[in-house]
Design a protein around this ligand. Structure first.
Ligand SMILES: Cc1cc2nc3c(=O)[nH]c(=O)nc-3n(C[C@H](O)[C@H](O)[C@H](O)COP(=O)(O)OP(=O)(O)OC[C@H]3O[C@@H](n4cnc5c(N)ncnc54)[C@H](O)[C@@H]3O)c2cc1C
Ligand code: FES
Length: 234
């Protein structure tokens, strides 16, 4: 069991929670969080926003019962943090763009931090409905931060400028990006956020159709090469 170190409202609906413990969190991985006894039955998958010597952080949007309970937690409360789980973003090198929409910006913070520390050029394109979240934190981990409020973040990027593009957000946004990227030399990786049950590959709830057959988003993903999941859907 981990201890909540802080749980701060960063806007009306979004919270940043930090829990104690040593976690070897990789870019694009997630944890299964739980701060209740029997109900809701399932723990909730939340991406790793950051990971350091003190603990692990999660940026989450309050949408239902589980996240409402998380939002009530105070420093010193217990939280069950299972993981890190999943296959996250690959360790790419070169000129890299990270494109996030809505709560899909969450896993891109650690991703930018790791890729920039490795000496890559990292540009971030983040789209929000009404107000930017944690602008200073994102600015601190990339070379260039482009924020889009209320429009289409996919309009802001020229994919031909990049070697790799890593994205997380609404599926429609990632498909638009796929169509924009596919005729360039850039390679696109997408992080899928299918509904999950167990989070560890045992229940098949998260199953996703790919060019290589059905895969488990929680174990084979959440990150896939874009053409694996979107190429058949044109
Ligand atoms: C790999 C992965 C990483 C994720 N990372 C984050 C993150 O970093 N921050 C964050 O805020 N959320 C993230 N999510 C989504 C998060 O897991 C759900 O919002 C959460 O489980 C909702 O729980 P709840 O009990 O509050 O709401 P519920 O009562 O379970 O659901 C409330 C509403 O949200 C919808 N919903 C629930 N889960 C999903 C989902 N996976 N995709 C689309 N709609 C959903 C439901 O259909 C329902 O309308 C991630 C999901 C996955 C699979
Ligand atoms: S959530 Fe159970 S197999 Fe993926």
């Amino acid at each position: 069991m981990a201890t909540v170190l802080s749980n701060i409202a960063v806007s009306d609906e979004f919270y940043l929670l930090k829990a104690s413990g040593k976690f070897d969190g990789k870019m694009g991985q997630f944890c299964m969080l739980r701060a209740w006894e029997d109900y809701p039955v399932l723990s909730r998958p939340i991406s790793i926003f950051d990971c350091d010597d003190e603990g692990i952080s999660f940026l989450y949007k309050v949408v239902g019962q589980g996240t409402e309970i998380l939002a009530q937690l105070k420093a010193g409360d217990d939280i069950d943090v299972q993981g890190p789980y999943g296959t996250g973003f690959p360790d790419v090198t070169g000129k890299i763009a990270l494109v996030g929409g809505g709560i899909g910006v969450a896993p891109l913070h650690l991703t930018a931090k790791v890729l920039k520390a490795a000496g890559n050029q990292v540009d971030m394109y983040l789209g929000f409905q009404s107000e930017p979240l944690l602008k200073e934190q994102y600015e601190a981990v990339c070379d260039k931060l482009i924020i889009n409020i209320g429009g289409y973040v996919t309009d802001d990027i020229n994919p031909a400028e990049y070697d790799y593009i890593l994205t997380c957000g609404p599926e429609i946004m990632m498909k638009v990006l796929y169509n924009k990227v596919k005729d360039t030399d850039a390679q696109l990786y997408v992080s899928m956020e299918n509904r999950m049950g167990c989070g560890v590959g045992a229940c098949l709830v998260c199953s996703c159709k790919t060019s290589g057959g059905n895969k488990k988003v929680c174990k084979d993903g959440p990150v896939f090469k874009a053409e694996e999941v979107f190429a058949d859907e044109q």
